[in-house]
Design a protein around this ligand. Structure first.
Ligand code: GKR
Ligand code: MG
Length: 406
């Protein structure tokens, strides 16, 4: 059961002009796909960040991973941590290890003939609900044609976007990426969504773009409207000040990002819901452990996402199915990027949820032609990093992403 190769392929795929507090998504999003070969013929798949740093780090650890048993993920984690050394942060190390861990678990499942959920303690649900991820957006990329989603720059555009998301995928909850326009406008957008979708759980996430005062004022105005308020303010201390005044739970994927960041958040009662993300929590087993940490401290659990494709979505679904207290509908960017997926059968949401695959491993297969095409696009783009601010400044040279913005 030896790992005989680790094939790392950076890819680029189409992304719409989605706005956030840093700027705007570029026309291509970057991702890394890993194929881990076991005994020459079993392939385990992993997906993670396409940033140049991650590729460099994978190249650095690759020779030490080849030759290890695919079952010794704890040893592989130690190797990754020691090779990457003190200049790389624990979160950065976990972001490298998670890609390899998911590929190992996929291969283990294939070797044993069981789904990855069985390697995580078994599935406790057979469907995993996801939330629609709404964005303010331009009609299309500057200089290009309008995309199929059209513009969403005011409440009516966002309601139309939400209606399309719900019609296409059946989502039963809505999350709005905020921090883009003045809070007054974003409050109006949330209220318009609440009117258009009575009773549907709503969330807004400005990624720390609001001061404590603004956050408290918005929380007051949206009392009784939001399921949770995600990362209104930037630091754990600021979140604690907001939490002390807000009537709804606060959620985060920005101030609780690793085991080291949990104690302060608990001590200050800064957040009530942690958004897990296996990509930087160090893989699926550590995400399952985060479930136990959340249980211990009475915290709720949801799931964060960043632009991603189907291998990540398969891993997200498997771990969500195996984590009993991950009870909130998970975030996903998938509807924005699904058309460019590299798996043979892209996922279809049914009623806003994904059926948990019982096939061996992650239950997805790589389409080598699509992989090669997306890799070619990566090479031709010359891109190696994501920079939403630089792209925004091509259109608005004075754009200032300094937080808090409002
Ligand atoms: O895709 O623009 C985006 C999001 O803002 C993403 O980068 C965030 O990491 O979705 C994420 C979040 O919940 O903070
Ligand atoms: Mg967030």
């Amino acid at each position: 059961m030896k790992i005989t190769d680790l094939v790392v392929t950076p890819i680029a795929f189409a992304d719409p002009p989605l706005l956030n507090s840093s700027g705007v998504h570029e026309p291509l999003a970057l991702r890394t796909i890993v194929q881990l070969v076991v005994d020459g013929d079993v392939f385990g798949l992993g997906e993670g960040s396409g940033e140049r740093d991650v590729l460099d780090r994978l190249a650095k650890v690759r020779p030490a991973i080849i030759g290890r048993s695919v079952f010794e993920t704890s040893m592989i984690e130690s190797i990754v941590f020691s090779i990457l050394g003190p200049d790389v942060t624990p979160v950065q190390k976990r972001s490298v290890f998670s890609i390899v861990e998911v590929a190992c678990l996929d291969a283990q499942g294939k070797l044993l003939g069981v789904p990855v959920t069985d390697l995580l303690g078994g599935a406790v649900r057979s469907w995993v609900p996801y939330s629609a991820y709404l964005f303010y957006k331009w009609a299309g990329h500057p200089g290009g044609a309008a995309d199929e989603w059209g513009p969403a720059l005011e409440p009516a555009g966002l309601v139309a976007q939400a209606q399309r998301m719900v019609q296409l995928h059946g989502f039963g909850s809505l999350k709005l990426k905020g921090g883009v326009f003045a809070p007054e406008q974003e409050i109006a957008a949330v209220r318009a969504l609440a009117d258009a979708f009575p009773g549907m759980p709503l969330r807004i996430d400005p990624n720390g773009a609001w001061s404590v005062e603004t956050s408290i004022a918005v929380a007051e105005r949206l009392g009784g409207v939001l399921e949770y308020l995600e990362d209104p303010a930037l630091t754990t201390a600021a979140m604690a000040e907001v939490a002390a005044q807000a009537s709804m739970p606060l959620a985060t994927n920005m101030c609780v990002i690793s085991p080291e960041t949990v104690p302060e958040a608990v001590r200050l009662d800064a957040v009530q819901i942690v958004l897990s993300d296996h990509h930087y929590w160090g893989g699926l087993r550590h995400t399952r452990e985060l479930g136990a940490i959340c249980d211990t401290f009475g915290l709720g659990m949801s799931m964060h996402s960043n632009s991603h494709l189907g291998i990540s979505l398969a891993a997200m679904t498997q771990v969500a199915a195996a984590t009993p207290n991950l009870a909130y509908a998970c975030d996903t960017h998938y509807p924005w990027n699904r058309a460019d997926d590299v798996i043979t059968t892209p996922f279809e949401f049914v009623g806003g949820a994904l059926r948990v695959s019982a096939a061996p491993g992650l239950g997805v297969e790589l389409d080598q032609d699509k992989l090669a095409e997306r890799h070619q696009r990566y090479v031709e783009s010359g891109r190696t990093t994501r920079d939403d601010t630089a792209y925004m400044r091509q259109i608005d040279p004075g754009y200032d992403p300094t937080l808090p913005r409002f």
